[in-house]
Design a protein around this ligand. Sequence first.
Ligand code: ADE
Length: 355
Amino acid sequence: MKSEDIAKIVGVSRSTVSRVINNYPDIPVATREKVLKAIKEYNYYPNASARKLAGIKNSTLGVFVVDIKDDETPHHVIKNNEALLYGNTFFAPFINAFIDQSNKTNYYVLISTIYSTSELWKIQSAFYEKRIDGGVIIGSNKEDYKKILKQMKKEFFLAAVDIETDDFNKDRAIYVNINNYKAAYDIGKYLIELGHKRIGIITGDLEKLSGKNRFDGFKQALKDYNINLKDDFIGYGDFTEPSSYLAMKNILKSSPRPTAVFVSNDTMAIGAYKAIGELNLKIPDDISIIGFDNTEISEYMSPPLTTVSVSFYEVAKYTAGLLIESIENGNLKTVHKVVDAKIVKRKSCKNISTD
Ligand code: ADE
């Protein structure tokens, strides 16, 4: 079935059928209804490639997960190649929420993962080939994001999650970030209020905005409350579980040990729990642990993990909503949104002020 066939059945021109399909306002209501009725009756689906050639939007958004590991540092271990995306507790919930939000507004979602610099072309290609009307980039570091922007036209509808803004990039996209700095500051303050003085941290990937801001906010809190952050109490992780297992093993070699450690995401808290368990130490009696992201598993850990709740729903709602609004209005809304994050108190942190 072609649009010509629908035109013949209804007794209108092919261009009228096309104008109805593409929602042009200049078609009499009765004609529009007749055309739509025939389309439904004869199960006619307009050809997506033809629509693309005609420059008509295809109601599809792209999600580009950029998690580049070209320069493997020795501690970075990819445990299992098959688990790259679905095993990531930051990207996966965002993608799920983004799909829900986009589908609510009748937009499809095309998802692409980029694990090396040589794959960055996938992003520009999706835009230039008009596979998508707009897209969001999540997880990129600043350098790679700069490379991406250089290949993109200013007219493309772009959003970015967890990417730092500067003078060069601030007008090029919609930016949605989590208030990592403040939440990490709150974590430092919370541990100090519980009476801890020997406090450590396992960082995330410091090339990424969330990794950097979580470290900076935490350091600032310790500084403001005159708590010294010893070098031995800092472990450099990269948001993966094996990286924090090794980092925690190292931290636990120090004597005296820290009484509390902030682990920069929940996935890494699993690795930290494992290293602590292997030394027969008890959480929170011997060491308090606090995570970040409030991933699904955190409340089922033993003991249930105190962490920071991030609303992926809100991050996705803003990203998809602002992208779709920009596409529909033909004008990129260069909004910068910051979503708040809050400590969820469970059982992994102990008040030692009375000990
Ligand atoms: N938490 C925050 N950012 C993250 C990332 N890039 N990967 C995994 N977990 C994260």
